[in-house]
Design a protein around this ligand. Structure first.
Ligand code: C2E
Ligand code: MG
Ligand code: MG
Length: 660
């Protein structure tokens, strides 16, 4: 920065200096011209007041009278003696010198001028002529050799008619004028010096601050080019650079490097329903957690949206990387408080190792991405890349057309997960959960394609398909599942449609299924998006006999006042609270209070994510009505349900018999 500034300072000094020179030069020539013009004034005054009155209106002849000469001597003597005048001469109109104060009456000029003919001629025709000249030493012994003088030829006007009778020739010393000019120049140089110096300082100050601002701006631009504005983490560009550096070093030194891609699950839902502000706050918090956890030498970056990247240098073997990333994932799952609401995030993580899975940035990133995609699609959490994964090309899957076609081609399937009464063990309902039986990639879970469906609006036809399929399935099961209700999940975007309730009622009417066998699971966050419209739709459905359940309760910000105005039948406690309620006091407290709250409002409570007997017992003790989870059963294909129900009933029956 100093170099730039010094360059500018020197560069600006030159024009300022040149400007000073020009100003000084023009002042100096003005001063000389002023000197000559002062001389003219003096000569004109002298001619009018002192010389002309000595003559009559007659043209001067070849000689002056003695009286005239005496008068001229009287008049010019003291002025010449005091040095005010160098020489005073009177000429007739032909240029002949009739009188000269120095007695030199030769016709040619007394100064060193080549010839005065021109000037004298002009003066003879009434012109005033003045010029700066150098005195001739031998003609002017009183003056220093080469001294400068102002030489003036002034018409002599006399008589009542002011006729020109002759020419007054006057040499005035230039020295007094010159010393005036010199004194003026001194003051001028000083003022000019100060003025230009200040000007230069001002320019320098402006340039200094401009340079500083530019530097700061450049530094900021450089920072922004490499960092994410929201989280302050390195961005994709810097991430790729770090991966390149790490892999190049690894190839040289034999080090190991792991490259991971972390993608948040269902982040879009948070953004859509709770607003971008809260989405951003969640991202910032998670970014800090990641940044604080990975050690020095490793890099966390935000690759865009809800995707983060990780470079781990020398992370140990595959198992070590796996457990490090699993730990990170747990960290991300820990509740985040955003605007006073507890939010739980989840993430899918894929990783690739250098050199085993690739040695270039492109390979490693693409492989980590594919692995992440597999993690998301298979609910595996953390997945290492495997060449067999390559048919999961995430970008290909993003193709909307494929999903549209999937619905038409019946590639979607519903799996059903039972919900059981906690106290009796009786199955009261099944939840329909959609999967995509992809021809190349196998069974895909909703996290892999629901976000795309929601973004593109395909969710509407998807939900129509789910509803119709589930209702048709009830009919197909027939007596095998007598009395069981089927729950289907409704997206925020479905609920936002003005014809939502009509389309559900139409599907029900078409299927002939009793409305009270249909349960709609709506996430708490979906209700908040447009509470008024949601309220209207739900009331219509309730009037028709359809039951409504609030899914993933505890994640959102629904006010109790609002909830109590809705025609609800069931609250489902989010599985993130249930899964660890025995180890996490605050989650246990949430489960307990949701149960109390739901009962006070007259709703049944479902706990989802029940994986162990201990949790089931704890829920029973708390008075929870219904449990759903892997302990009871994983979601299963429709065909498997009747048989499963059969074994479950006979187990429950034999248990009851054993107790009796
Ligand atoms: P959800 O409605 O909360 O569904 C429960 C999810 O938890 C299911 O995941 C289920 O397989 C899983 N789960 C059940 N028991 C346990 C357990 O004991 N432990 C654990 N860890 N998980 C358990 P799934 O099927 O992947 O569905 C994920 C989400 O996708 C659903 O969450 C729901 O919000 C959405 N979804 C699924 N099917 C549909 C659908 O047809 N339409 C819409 N709009 N959304 C759907
Ligand atoms: Mg559900
Ligand atoms: Mg749920």
């Amino acid at each position: 920065m100093l170099r730039l500034f010094a360059m500018y300072a020197i560069a600006s000094l030159l024009p300022v200096f040149a400007l000073g020179m020009v100003l000084a030069h023009s002042y100096r020539s003005n001063a000389a011209a002023r000197g000559v013009s002062e001389g003219r004034t003096e000569a004109s005054l002298l001619a009018q007041t002192s010389v002309s009155p000595l003559f009559t209106g007659k043209r001067l002849g070849q000689q002056l009278s003695d009286d005239e000469i005496a008068a001229l001597q009287r008049m010019s003597g003291p002025a010449v003696a005091s040095g005010q005048i160098v020489r005073l001469a009177v000429r007739n109109l032909s240029g002949d010198v009739l009188y000269a104060s120095d007695g030199d009456t030769r016709p040619d000029a007394n100064a060193g001028h080549e010839s005065d003919d021109g000037e004298i001629g002009e003066a003879a025709h009434g012109e005033v002529v003045s010029l700066l000249t150098r005195l001739d030493a031998d003609r002017n012994p009183d003056s220093p050799t080469g001294a400068r003088a102002v030489e003036i030829y002034q018409p002599l006007l006399a008589g009542p008619a002011h006729r020109q009778v002759g020419i007054l020739e006057l040499y005035l010393p230039y020295a007094p004028i010159a010393s005036d000019v010199t004194a003026g120049m001194g003051a001028l140089y000083r003022d000019l010096g100060i003025g230009l110096g200040l000007l230069w300082l001002l320019l320098a100050a402006i340039s200094y601050s401009a340079t500083r601002r530019l530097r700061a701006q450049a530094a900021r631009n450089a920072y922004l080019a490499e960092h994410d504005v929201l989280t302050g983490l390195p961005n994709r560009a810097l991430f790729q650079q770090r991966v390149t550096e790490a892999t190049e070093r690894a190839v040289r030194t034999g080090e190991q490097v792991a490259v991971a891609v972390i993608d948040l699950d269902r982040f879009k839902e948070v953004n859509d329903t709770l607003g971008h502000g809260n989405g951003d706050a969640l991202l910032i918090e998670l970014a800090h957690r990641l940044g604080d956890t990975v050690g020095d030498g490793n890099t966390v970056a935000r690759l865009g949206g809800d995707e983060f990247g990780l470079v781990l240098v020398n992370p140990g073997d595959v198992d070590d990387v796996h457990s490090t990333l699993t730990l990170l994932r747990r960290l991300l799952q820990q509740e985040v408080e955003v605007s006073g609401l507890p939010l739980a995030a989840d993430a899918s993580i894929g990783f690739a190792l250098c050199p085993d899975d690739g040695t270039t940035v492109d390979d490693l990133l693409q492989h980590a991405d594919v692995a992440m995609y597999v993690a998301k699609a298979t609910h595996a959490g953390v997945v290492r890349y495997d060449a067999g994964h390559d048919h999961y090309d995430s970008s290909k899957l993003a193709l909307v057309g494929e999903l549209r076609r999937a619905i038409a081609a019946d590639e979607l399937v519903l799996h059903y997960q039972p919900k059981a009464s906690v106290s009796s063990g009786d199955i009261v309902a099944v939840e329909a959960l959609v999967r995509w039986n992809h021809p190349e990639r196998g069974l895909l879970y909703p996290d892999a394609f629901l976000p795309i469906a929601e973004q593109t609006g395909i969710i509407d036809s998807l939900t129509r398909w789910v509803l119709a399929t589930a209702l048709a399935q009830i009919d197909r099961w027939g007596h095998a599942v007598d009395g069981l209700a089927v729950a289907i999940n409704i997206s925020a975007r479905n609920l936002a449609r003005h014809d939502f309730s009509e389309s559900v009622l139409r599907a029900l009417a078409a299927s002939g299924v009793a409305p009270n066998r249909l349960l709609l699971e709506i996430t708490e966050t979906a209700l908040v998006a447009d509470p008024e419209r949601a309220g209207r739709s739900l009331r219509r459905l309730d009037t028709a006999g359809v039951r409504i359940s609030i899914d993933d309760f505890g994640q959102g910000q629904t006010s109790l006042g609002y909830l109590s105005t809705l025609p609800l039948h069931e609250l489902k406690i989010d599985k993130s609270f249930v899964l660890d309620m025995l180890s996490d006091q605050s989650h246990a407290a949430i489960v307990r209070s949701v149960i109390d709250l739901a009962h006070n409002l007259g709703f049944e409570v479902v706990a989802e994510g029940v994986e162990t007997e201990q949790i089931l017992d704890a829920l029973n003790a708390l008075g929870c009505d219904i449990a759903q989870g892997y302990l009871l059963a994983r979601p299963m294909p429709a065909d498997a349900l009747p048989a499963w129900l059969g074994t479950h009933r006979s187990n429950a029956g034999s248990a009851a018999a054993a107790m009796a």
